[in-house]
Design a binder for this molecule. Structure first.
Ligand SMILES: [Zn+2]
Length: 503
């Protein structure tokens, strides 16, 4: 690959080094081979422009992320075989296999050469990290790591020590200078802030009982002040004043909300209400799963679930299994204003987290839709007026028929016999057989038991599963969690719905 010609690209100079931290506004020659090989050849060809001449053979490929429109190669700089904290180089390659962007936090040669060697061992570093801060118990998590810590124009040897504390509960990552023994930085990985917001729980009518969502000319009315619930937004990281949390981030949303006081109370007509609503409801749903026992090493989501709260003008929302993100549309009533629409889509994310690529056969796809409706209905049942309990997405479906109007109901009387096996069949329609079956279980056993056995059943399913296998998995989950306490009632429900065999 030829180096980029002078002036054929734009660059952003680094703050402390003479080397650029970003090159952009160019298209490289077309590369071949896998993305990591293209990235390496590009870096080799442009090492002088980037000022990473000697770093080149010390860049380790850490990750390759395959996006829909581009591949992103992330490399980590090493020096004397140790990691340099935050010294990443990323190379971004378009579908046409041309590099179009490179970012570099690599530390240049002259700075590397001046770095001192470590003089204190891990035991002293741990003592320094444990000293000061908090009561209760504290212990080291994992193994302390010796690395390089860049600070302006110097590279310090440092120990990275992770400490868990009980009071106040915190997991602190501490960097201890490996020559002086002083603490360079401390960062609490669990630190969480709480914000405030207003949302619908899960729709305006649940609180404003007499509110009629449509006016005489069938336009959607503005909900009254009494339709809002004041809630707390938990597990916020509190950095950047945006909706970034331990469980959820709205980072994919354009023109994100910011609030220095973390007060996100808005009316639904204001842009940003959907973003707040999405953060709140999905965060609560994941917190509920943690409460069911899916936490610690059993946690289902290993990183914050990313949401685009206004990702399309269509009246449509989706979960992307490839990117593991949620997107909500703003056609008609904004989808992310309705707590149940949010949790229906979250249902897909939850299934995919347990059982990757769930829903690849017609029956599995119908189970995916049915589960999302069930999960939303189960989650909010106690918040809704009695005549709303068997219906889901009544705000999103304000224009729908029936009483109350809704997108779908959970009390279909259909049995498996009515499953439409034609290629043109709609999985949401077929899904109502499954959601009604799950809803029967909910009514017979109560929310907690039903949610536990239904969620747990997914661990033994695959993407091409069927109603019959889904039913047997629920029975197995009941055996594993409750020693078959509900077997008789479950079998009766499956039999009545024509799902089986389950014996
Ligand atoms: Zn769906």
């Amino acid at each position: 690959m030829r180096p980029l010609a002078a002036k054929s690209f734009k660059s952003i100079p680094g703050k402390y080094y003479q080397t650029p931290k970003e090159l952009w506004g160019f298209q490289s020659e077309r590369g071949d081979g896998p993305p990591a090989a293209i990235a390496r050849r590009f870096l080799e060809a442009n090492r002088e422009t980037l000022g990473i001449t000697s770093a080149l053979d010390r860049l380790d490929v850490r990750r390759v992320i395959h996006g829909r429109g581009a591949d992103h190669v992330i490399l980590q700089q090493l020096w004397r075989r140790r990691r340099i904290h935050r010294a990443y180089v990323t190379v971004h390659i378009g579908r046409d296999r041309r590099v179009y962007l490179v970012k570099s936090r690599a530390v240049p040669e002259d700075v590397l050469r001046e770095a001192e060697d470590a003089r204190i061992g891990s035991a002293s570093a741990v003592r320094a990290a444990l000293a000061g801060g908090g009561r209760g118990r504290a212990w080291v998590v994992g193994k302390p790591e010796l690395l390089w810590y860049p600070a302006r124009r110097l590279l310090h040897p440092a120990w990275r020590v992770r400490i868990h504390r009980t009071r106040p509960r915190a997991e602190v990552i501490t960097y201890v200078h490996a020559v002086t023994g002083h603490v360079i930085s401390r960062y609490d990985n669990l630190a969480a802030a709480t914000g405030r917001a207003t949302v619908f729980l899960p729709n305006p009518m649940a609180r404003a009982r007499s509110f009629d969502p449509l006016d005489d000319s069938d336009r959607v009315r503005r909900p009254p002040a009494t339709a809002y619930a004041a809630v707390r937004l938990t597990a916020l990281r509190g950095r950047g004043r945006v909706l970034d949390g331990r469980r959820v981030t709205t980072r994919l949303t354009r023109r994100r909300l910011r609030s220095a006081r973390l007060d996100f109370s808005l009316e639904s007509v204001r842009a940003g209400f959907e973003e707040v609503s999405a953060y709140y409801h999905v965060n609560e749903a994941i917190a509920y799963l943690e409460g069911l026992g899916y936490r610690g090493r059993r946690r289902l989501f290993t990183r914050p679930l990313a949401i685009d709260a206004r990702g399309t003008r269509d009246d449509n929302s989706w979960y992307s299994p490839g990117e593991r993100t949620l997107t909500f549309g703003t056609g008609d009533v904004d989808d992310a204003e309705d707590g149940e629409t949010l949790l229906h889509e979250f249902g897909h994310a939850l299934q995919d987290a347990i059982c990757p690529d769930f829903g690849q056969s017609a029956e599995a796809a119908a189970m995916g839709e049915g589960f999302g409706d069930y999960f939303a209905g189960s989650f909010f049942a106690a918040r809704k007026p009695r005549d709303y309990r068997d219906a889901v997405m009544t705000w999103d479906g304000a224009r729908g028929d029936g009483s109350p109007p809704c997108v779908r109901r959970l009390d279909s009387t259909l049995t498996y016999e009515s499953f439409d096996h034609r290629a043109t069949a709609d999985e949401h329609e077929n899904g109502q057989i499954w959601s009604a079956t799950l809803w029967d279980i909910w009514k017979a056993t109560g929310r907690r038991v039903a949610d536990r056995i239904i969620i747990e059943s997914h661990f033994q399913l695959d993407g091409f599963t069927s109603f019959a296998r889904g039913a047997r998995a629920i029975l197995d989950a009941d055996r594993n969690l409750y020693r078959e306490r509900h077997a008789a009632v479950l079998k009766r429900i499956f039999r009545r719905r024509g799902i089986g065999p389950v014996e």
